[in-house]
Design a protein around this ligand. Structure first.
Ligand code: HEC
Ligand code: HEC
Length: 678
C-alpha cells in the first residue's frame, strides 16, 4: 500500500504531455476511443465485474475489473477523458444496432445515469430488439505507448504499445466464466450489483450454476480446477468443445443482468459478439490451433506477453489452412509504431500486402469483429475504420527534444557533434537498408527492402511459418482478398457508402491493384505488384527493414521485440540480454530503450523479486535464472511468463541483425547518439 501511495504522489507530480503535433484534440480522442466494430463485452458487466487476476493475487474478490488495470494490462489512462465513454486509451464502447456513424457510446448518453454498481442498467430498444453498450479495443490499444522518465510521463500517440491484449481478455473471460458457475458466490454478488435483492440474487445464482453444470460437459472439471488452481490461465484445453454452451450462458446472463423479457429476442449482432467472446474462451487467438483440435499438444505456441500479439498464423490456421497444413503458432510480433504510414508501400513485418483495406478489416475481424447472418455481412465499422486510418495519417514521429521537455539531466541532452560523427557510420552501415525506395503506380510510395533470412538471421518463426505451403488449390491470397473485398462491398451497399470515399480511403490511384503476396506457394520469387511498380521479392525473404524515425521510442527491438535497448542491438547476439522485462514504460536514456525495474516483476507477475540475468561480481559470470523462478503455482507461472521475456523460448530469439556490432565502442557510442536524433 505504501508503495502504491508513493507512486500516486510521484505520478501527480509528474507532468503529463503528449509529444506529437499534427493531431487536434478531437483527433486524439477519436484515435483513442473511436469504435472499429470489435467490441464484444457488455459495458454494464465490466463496470460491475470483479477481477479474477486480482483475486489470484490477493485471494479475495474485492477488486473491480478496472482497479489497477494499468499495472495488470499496462493500458494507459486517457489524461483528458472527454466525450467518449471509456477512460483508457484504446478502449472503445459502442451501442449495438446503431448506424455505424452514430454507434459510439458517449458520457453524455442519458443511460449513463444508471452506470453504478447497485443500479439497474438502462438499455435501448431498436427494431424491437435490445441495444446495449459493448466494450472492445481499437487501434490505440496496440499503437500508443507511454514513455516514463524521472520527471515526465509522455504519451506517444501511434507508438509501439506495451499493453497486453491477452491479459485484458484472459481476465475478462476468467472473471465472466466464474460468474456462470457462481464461483465463490461471484454471481450472487454480481446480481446484487445489478440491483437484485440479496435473497433473490442467491436463488437466481444457484439456479444459474445448476443449469450451467448440467449443460456443460466439462462443468464439474471447470469448477474443480478453478477451485484447486486459482482460476487457471489456459482455459483452452477445457473449453475446446464448449463454444455453443458458453454462448448460451452469456445470453442467459445478459437477460438476467439487463432484465430482458423472454418475448424480446436478442439481435443477431449481440449473439454474434457473444459467439466471438466464447471463441476467445477457447483460446483464440493465442491457442487457436489447439482450440480447434483434440490433438492438443501437436502445435507449439508461446506467451505473447506485453506489447506483442500473433497476427497472421492463427488467422491462417482458422480461415485458410486445412487441418493437415496447420503450422505452429509461436511467432508473436511487437506492435509496430504507425507514423508515416500514408506513403508506406507495403505493410507488415513480412511486407505481405499493399492493401490498407486488408489490413484494417482483417485486424478488426481478428480481434472481435464478427459475421452476421449474410455471408459477408460483418460488424466491422468501416466508416470509423476509414476515419481512424485518415486520422492516423496525421501522426508525426516523435522527436527527442519534443518528448523530453522536462528533463534537464545530461543523459537527456543530445551531443550533436557526436551525433554527426555517428551519422557517418549510419550512412555507411545502415542507410542502405533503412532508406526506402519510391514505388507504386505513381512512384509516390516508400518501399522498404525485404531482407533474406540467411543474411538477416533474426528469429525465423514468422517468416518460415507464414510461407509454409497450403494444399488447397485456391490460393491464400485469393481467399484473403476476395473475402475482405466482399465484406466491404456488402457493407458499402448496406450503408450506401460512397464509392469515391471508399476509393480515396483505399488510395487505389497511388497503390494500384490490391495484392497479398503468394507466400504459400513455392514460387522462386514473388511478383505481386510488379506491374504497379513494386519490387520483386526473392524466395526466402525474411523481414522488411523499417523506418528508424522515432526509433528511440520503439523498444524492445526487432519484429519479435527480443532486444530491450538500442545499445544491446549494437552488441553481437551472444552479448544481448537473455532475459528481460518487457512490459515496462520506464525509459533508459543511456542505452536507449526499456529500463529494467525488478519491482515490476512483483506487481505484474505475482512473483517474488529475483534477479534475472544478473552479473555475479565474484565469479564474473552472468547468472541466468529461469523466468518462472519463485512462482508458487501453475496459474501464477503463466501470468509471470508474460512479464519476463525469455529469449530462449521458441519465437523469442534475439539472434541476428548484427550490423554495426563490429564497430569500435566509441563509434557505437557515436552511432547511438545519431539514432536518438532520427
Ligand atoms: C490488437 C492490436 C492491434 C490493433 C487494434 C490494431 N493494430 Fe495495427 N498492427 C498490429 C500488429 C501486431 C501489427 C504488425 C503485424 C505484422 O506485421 O505482422 C500491426 C500493423 C499495422 C500497420 C503496418 C505497419 C508497418 O510498418 O508495416 C499499420 C499501418 C497499422 N497496424 C495500423 C492500424 C490502424 C490504423 C488500426 C486501427 C484502425 C490498427 N492498426 C489496429 C496490431 C494492432
Ligand atoms: C541488410 C540490411 C540492413 C542493414 C545493413 C541494417 N539493417 Fe536494421 N533492420 C533491417 C531489417 C530487415 C530489420 C527488421 C528485422 C526484424 O525485425 O527481424 C531491421 C531492424 C532494425 C531495427 C529495429 C527497429 C524496431 O523498431 O524494432 C533497428 C533499430 C535497426 N534495424 C537499426 C539498424 C542500424 C543502426 C543499422 C546500422 C548499424 C542497421 N539497422 C543496418 C535491415 C538492415
Amino acid at each position: 500500500v505504501k508503495y502504491i501511495l508513493f507512486l500516486m504522489i510521484v505520478f501527480q507530480m509528474n507532468g503529463h504531455s503528449s509529444a506529437y503535433t499534427g493531431l487536434t484534440g478531437e483527433d486524439r480522442q477519436f484515435l483513442f476511443h473511436g469504435s472499429q466494430g470489435s467490441e464484444i463485452v457488455p459495458y454494464d458487466w465490466l463496470i460491475r465485474l470483479k477481477s479474477a487476476y486480482e483475486r489470484d493475487k490477493n485471494l479475495n474478490w474485492d477488486r473491480g475489473f478496472f482497479d489497477d488495470i494499468e499495472t495488470r494490462v499496462n493500458i494507459l489512462p486517457n489524461q483528458n477523458p472527454n466525450t467518449y465513454l471509456m477512460d483508457f486509451i484504446g478502449l472503445s464502447a459502442t451501442w449495438t444496432g446503431h448506424h455505424p456513424t452514430k454507434s459510439d457510446a458517449l458520457k453524455a448518453d442519458p443511460e449513463t445515469k444508471n452506470d453504478k454498481p447497485g443500479m439497474q442498467p438502462l438499455y435501448r430498444v431498436i427494431n424491437e430488439k435490445p441495444s446495449i453498450r459493448m466494450v472492445g479495443i481499437n487501434c490505440s490499444f496496440c499503437h500508443t505507448r507511454q514513455i516514463v522518465t524521472p520527471n515526465q510521463k509522455v504519451t506517444i500517440v501511434g507508438g509501439a504499445s506495451k499493453a497486453s491484449f491477452i491479459r485484458l481478455y484472459e481476465d475478462i473471460l476468467k472473471s465472466v466464466l466464474a460468474l456462470t458457475i457462481n464461483f465463490e458466490n461471484q454471481l450472487t454478488d454480481f446480481l446484487i450489483a445489478f440491483d437484485y435483492e440479496p435473497k433473490e440474487a442467491q436463488k437466481l445464482a444457484n439456479a444459474f450454476k445448476k443449469r450451467t453444470m448440467s449443460e456443460t460437459r466439462l462443468g464439474t472439471k471447470i469448477s474443480l480446477l478453478m477451485t484447486q488452481k486459482g482460476l487457471i490461465n489456459q482455459q483452452t484445453r477445457l473449453f475446446a468443445k464448449e463454444g455453443k454452451n458458453i454462448t448460451r450462458q452469456l445470453k442467459r446472463l445478459l437477460r438476467l443482468t439487463h432484465r430482458i423479457p423472454k418475448e424480446q429476442k436478442l439481435s443477431r449482432e449481440i449473439i454474434g459478439k457473444f459467439e466471438r467472446l466464447a471463441l476467445f474462451t477457447q483460446g483464440y487467438p493465442l491457442f487457436t490451433t489447439q482450440g480447434q483440435t483434440r490433438r492438443l499438444t501437436k502445435f507449439k505456441t508461446h506467451e505473447a506477453g506485453f506489447g506483442r500479439l500473433e497476427a497472421f498464423i492463427s488467422a491462417g490456421n482458422i480461415e485458410f489452412r486445412d487441418r493437415k497444413d496447420w503450422v505452429n503458432n509461436d511467432a508473436s510480433v511487437s506492435y509496430p509504431a504507425i507514423w508515416d504510414i500514408q506513403d508506406l508501400a507495403t505493410f507488415h513485418y513480412t511486407a505481405n500486402t499493399n492493401s490498407v483495406l486488408l489490413r484494417n478489416i482483417a485486424q478488426s475481424v481478428a480481434i472481435g469483429g464478427t459475421y452476421l447472418d449474410g455471408k459477408y455481412e460483418h460488424t466491422a465499422n468501416v466508416h470509423n475504420l476509414l476515419k481512424l486510418e485518415q486520422t492516423a495519417y496525421k501522426i508525426e514521429a516523435p522527436k527527442w527534444e519534443k518528448v523530453f521537455t522536462q528533463e534537464k539531466g545530461d543523459a537527456f541532452k543530445i551531443d550533436y557533434e557526436k551525433a554527426s560523427r555517428g551519422q557517418k557510420h549510419y550512412e555507411k552501415r545502415c542507410a542502405g537498408c533503412h532508406t526506402p525506395q519510391m514505388a507504386g503506380p505513381t512512384g509516390e510510395l516508400k518501399e522498404f527492402k525485404m531482407i533474406q533470412l540467411d543474411k538477416l538471421g533474426t528469429d525465423p518463426n514468422l517468416a518460415v511459418n507464414i510461407a509454409k505451403p497450403v494444399s488447397r488449390s485456391t490460393s491464400y491470397s485469393n481467399i484473403f482478398t476476395e473475402t475482405l473485398t466482399y465484406i466491404v462491398d456488402d457493407y458499402a451497399k448496406k450503408y450506401q457508402l460512397k464509392k469515391e470515399d471508399l476509393n480515396k480511403w483505399l488510395d487505389l490511384d497511388r497503390r494500384g491493384t490490391i495484392w497479398v503476396r503468394e507466400s504459400y506457394k513455392k514460387n522462386e520469387a514473388q511478383y505481386q505488384g510488379v506491374e504497379d511498380g513494386y519490387s520483386v521479392v526473392k524466395k526466402g525473404s525474411g523481414y522488411k527493414a523499417r523506418t528508424l524515425k522515432g526509433v528511440f521510442t520503439t523498444a524492445p527491438y526487432l519484429h519479435n521485440g527480443s532486444v530491450p535497448t538500442l545499445y544491446d542491438l549494437l552488441q553481437p547476439a551472444s552479448k544481448r540480454p537473455v532475459m528481460f522485462e518487457r512490459g515496462v514504460n520506464e525509459f533508459d536514456p543511456i542505452k536507449v530503450g526499456l529500463k529494467q525495474r525488478l519491482e515490476n516483476y512483483q506487481n505484474r507477475g505475482l512473483i517474488e523479486a529475483y534477479s534475472v540475468n544478473a552479473f555475479d561480481e565474484r565469479s564474473k559470470k552472468r547468472r541466468i535464472k529461469d523466468c518462472s523462478a519463485g512462482i508458487r503455482n501453475w496459474g501464477k507461472k503463466v501470468w509471470a511468463a508474460d512479464v519476463c521475456f525469455d529469449t530462449r523460448t521458441s519465437g523469442n530469439s534475439n539472434s541476428g541483425h548484427e550490423f554495426g556490432t563490429d564497430l569500435k565502442e566509441y563509434q557505437k557510442d557515436e552511432l547511438l547518439e545519431y539514432l536518438k536524433t532520427l
